[in-house]
Design a protein around this ligand. Sequence first.
Ligand SMILES: Nc1ncnc2c1ncn2[C@@H]1O[C@H](COP(=O)(O)OP(=O)(O)OP(=O)(O)O)[C@@H](O)[C@H]1O
Ligand code: SF4
Ligand SMILES: [Mg+2]
Length: 332
Amino acid sequence: MTAAAPILSVERLSVEFLTDRGWATVVDDVSFDVARGETLGLVGESGSGKTVTSLAIMQLVPMPPGRFSGGRILFEGTDLVELPEKGLQRVRGNEIAMVFQESMTSLNPAFTIGDQIAEAVRVHRGIGRRPALDRAVEVLDLVGIPSPRERVHAYPHEFSGGMRQRAAIAMALACEPKLLIADEPTTALDVTVQAQVLTLLRELQQRFGMAMLFITHNLGVVADICDRVAVMYAGQIVEVAGVDALFQAPGHPYTEGLLQAMPQLGRRGEPLAVVPGVPPMPWAMPAGCRFHPRCAYAEPACTAGPPKLDTTRPGQASRCARSASITLRGSD
Ligand SMILES: Nc1ncnc2c1ncn2[C@@H]1O[C@H](COP(=O)(O)OP(=O)(O)OP(=O)(O)O)[C@@H](O)[C@H]1O
Ligand code: SF4
Ligand SMILES: [Mg+2]
């Protein structure tokens, strides 16, 4: 039996930025697939390249200072890197939609929420203003905005942070995208609202069967919402696994570090652990395995050459030269 073709295939993607120190590769040879209806989590510390990867999928990397230095981004078999701007406009906001960490990145303060959602629907669906506004009311209702018929005329600043993020999600969903990219969509919200928005995303995803690329630095959120996870470190994918496998038997020491750094239930009085050390700067990547200066399992062989992302178990791959000889701790 052949598996269904993934809706998104990122193949050997590399993105560079021009810095004071020359071109720096911030996304380096990144490959992953997202299946139809699946939620893939993309996790990693700040600066690991998660946002640049998602912007690259949408063809929104600012150029300059950025540039593609290789790779393909196949969405339903079409390479978005090669697609002319007109074709991209049809895909963006329509077939692939994005929700950002800060809702004001998605919403324009100068227009009402309803007009913004309606405009997106009008452009992509070619329908009139009235039915487009009706659709805006419908999606605001769907994401739990009370009295949507009245609130559709509100401006973004008249909504609370949580309501704005719901409105941004409503805008993303208005055209029923096949793929939703959510970049830290709940980080700016307080914990209770965060949980509500996550529940909402999960429900909507199940209802519409859309695929989701969910970017976060929070493994707790990953456990809640994702089917599979890709872990990024210093611009590279260092592990890909199903959520249960990743939590029970991580394949990369960095993943183990992230799991150990998660706040544990019942240990609230203890200080929060972090992965010791700091990630490298893009223009000063360590030789061999990029994680070796922070890795408790490092040995001289780890600096001999860059490890490959190899399959370690069915459905799990790790970029670690020692993966066959070390046993890592899962979450307690
Ligand atoms: N416009 C830009 N110009 C130059 N460098 C950039 C630009 N955007 C991102 N970078 C660099 O690319 C690298 C990856 O950044 P990115 O924003 O993708 O990280 P991230 O994983 O999303 O981090 P965070 O968790 O903080 O959001 C960083 O080193 C960052 O400084
Ligand atoms: S290759 Fe070596 S340094 Fe890198 S993660 Fe594996 S054990 Fe650690
Ligand atoms: Mg980011």
